[in-house]
Design a protein around this ligand. Structure first.
Ligand SMILES: [Zn+2]
Length: 185
């Protein structure tokens, strides 16, 4: 379905058990939050969704696919982030119910029993963007000497490979041998 044919709202109860998945696409430039997170929002996002019911709860599974142009936080140059993300959602009424959904699903709070379809797809796309987007190591144009992680204290450096946040935290705080806590705010 093209963007103009897509329903604004989807009721998971009505689509549970549909023979065909709900498929469609949106123009990236129409997704404000994706535009804000991108260098250039060109092209489209495609998706497919299947709804099902289990124990009086409704679920959606599917995929979202797009290519985003994102700024690398190491060299600040854009790179193409290919998104091909599985969607696994459990629809809930409120945050209390959200805390009880199975671990393998992400909770999605319904708006008056309905889903604002474009928001759902946009959220899935935003979740696919890393917290600190970076070129794959061998394609980044940043010289390694300006990487920054080399300046972290020895203690923090051991953790830095796994967690970019730890590097930022340690750079902000400065080396503190008395308190080698890696996830300080
Ligand atoms: Zn880069």
């Amino acid at each position: 379905m093209s963007p103009s044919n897509l329903p604004r709202y989807v009721d998971p109860r009505q689509h549970a058990g549909d023979a065909a998945p709900l498929t469609g696409r949106y123009v990236l430039a129409d997704l404000r939050r994706v535009v804000a997170a991108s260098v250039a929002a060109e092209g489209e996002v495609g998706f497919s969704l299947r709804f099902h019911e289990e124990s009086a709860r409704w679920f959606a599974e599917g995929r979202v696919r797009a290519t985003l142009s994102i700024a690398c936080q190491r060299c600040l140059e854009p790179y193409q982030l290919v998104v091909d993300r599985a969607i696994r959602l459990a629809f809930v009424a409120d945050t209390d119910e959200a805390s009880r959904v199975p671990d393998t699903y992400d909770p999605w709070i319904l708006d008056d029993g309905r889903v604002l379809l474009r928001d759902l797809i946009e959220d899935e796309l935003l979740l696919a963007i890393p917290d600190i987007p970076r070129h794959p190591d061998n394609t980044c144009v940043a010289p390694s000497s300006s990487n920054g992680s080399a300046r972290a204290s020895d203690g923090a450096l051991a953790e830095s490979a796994a967690s970019p946040f730890a590097v930022l935290a340690s750079l902000k705080k400065g080396p503190d041998p008395e308190n080698p806590k890696e996830n300080a705010d």
